[in-house]
Write a protein that binds this ligand. Structure first.
Ligand SMILES: NC(=O)c1ccc[n+]([C@@H]2O[C@H](COP(=O)([O-])OP(=O)(O)OC[C@H]3O[C@@H](n4cnc5c(N)ncnc54)[C@H](O)[C@@H]3O)[C@@H](O)[C@H]2O)c1
Length: 334
């Protein structure tokens, strides 16, 4: 008898780390590296790669996955630094996970939910269009990514659609694919490494550590963001949403849009001594320039009740600043 559980890939990463703490049902956590936290008793861990077909297949022989939440991947800046690795991990690794879900749909005659962490990098707004006049864009606009990461993610969204609706089946059961297009995610607990929206959290963490920070995008760089607790709730929300209520397979989710200069002023409010300068790096700035300033998440709000708990002010005051102060042992008074 196979054990039933939720599979979370990339479980040791920024989002995975928080998600496995939040989910209460039995979980199989998978990552290429060991998580640095002590895992709760409802979490089993397997170390291995999503690109290892035999390893992934063996998990399907042992477990019945009610849902697969696929987070393993390399983010935008890491993908530009090694586009071949990015393609292998983000595309081939995702195909292996979809294959696993599809095999379970076939052998167990059911429709496992497959949740994919996508991104606003699937969009690209380039001349003659302007991201500021484009405003909040919906899921169907400007799907013309130029980065390896954006192309990888958009293709996997399309593969998910294919596995859910088109692929031939013996049983009639198909994967129930759902994707969230996340904006930049700000976490108080962890410091990101391979994303291009990382300047937001890096500015804050450096200030809390008393270190100077040189920002790799200009002051007017504008993107949308959300904080980690909202990202985790979005994943929980889409995973549990009633399939009949979903009008799309891919949803924008967001909280607030902000410039790099506004992030700096929020950080200075909490850490007045912070030394933050701007020294833009062109290839990273170009990525940010092509991404929307904001996304329209009204479909997620109306279909499955998505609503972020933290707006811009609350994100800094109620979550980020107290969180980083705690992380670096600064106490809550300043
Ligand atoms: N953090 C953000 O701002 C953001 C925004 C949009 C989308 N996303 C997406 O969310 C997902 C998770 O992001 P994150 O911020 O937690 O990233 P992260 O880099 O912190 O975590 C990714 C995890 O994947 C693991 N991994 C790498 N290669 C692997 C392999 N071959 N097999 C198994 N695991 C492997 C890494 O060890 C890491 O723990 C990613 O797919 C990312 O593209 C993140």
């Amino acid at each position: 008898m196979k054990k039933t559980c939720v599979l979370v890939t990339g479980a040791a990463g920024e989002i995975g780390h928080n998600l496995i703490e939040r989910l209460k049902q039995p979980i199989l956590a998978l990552d290429i590296v060991k998580p640095d936290q002590t895992l709760p008793s409802h979490v089993d861990f397997r170390q291995g790669s999503v690109t290892d077909k035999e390893f992934i297949k063996s998990l399907g022989d042992e477990f019945s996955f009610s849902a697969i939440i696929h987070l393993a991947g390399v983010l935008s800046s890491g993908s530009e630094e090694d586009p071949f690795h990015a393609h292998d991990l983000n595309v081939n690794g995702s195909l292996n996970m979809l294959h696993l879900a599809h095999s379970q749909a076939q052998t167990e005659n059911r429709s496992p939910v497959f949740v994919f962490a996508s991104t606003i990098a699937v969009y690209s707004i380039n001349p003659p269009f302007d991201k500021f006049s484009a405003g909040k864009i919906n899921e169907e606009q400007f799907l013309n990514p130029v980065s390896m990461y954006g192309m990888n993610k958009l293709y996997v969204e399309r593969l998910g659609q294919y596995f859910s609706t088109t692929i031939r089946t013996n049983t009639g059961s198909r994967v129930d694919f759902r994707a969230l297009r996340f904006p930049g995610i700000l976490s108080a607990e962890t410091v990101p490494t391979t994303g291009t929206s990382d300047y937001g959290p890096l500015m804050l963490h450096a200030a809390a550590k008393g270190e100077a920070y040189s920002c790799f995008v200009p002051e007017d760089a504008t993107l949308n963001f959300m904080v980690m607790p909202d990202a985790v709730e979005a994943l929980v929300g889409i995973s549990g949403a009633d399939a009949a209520a979903l009008t799309r397979r891919v949803y924008n989710v967001t909280s607030f849009s902000v410039t790099a200069a506004e992030i700096k002023s929020q950080v200075l409010k909490a850490f007045p001594q912070a030394e933050i300068s701007f020294d833009p790096v062109s290839w990273r700035t170009n990525l940010i320039s092509s991404w929307p300033m904001d996304t329209d998440d009204s479909a997620a709000r109306s279909d499955w009740g998505w609503i972020p708990r933290f707006n811009r002010e609350q994100s800094f005051q109620d979550y980020l600043v107290p969180g980083v102060r705690r992380k670096y042992g600064l106490g809550l008074d300043h």
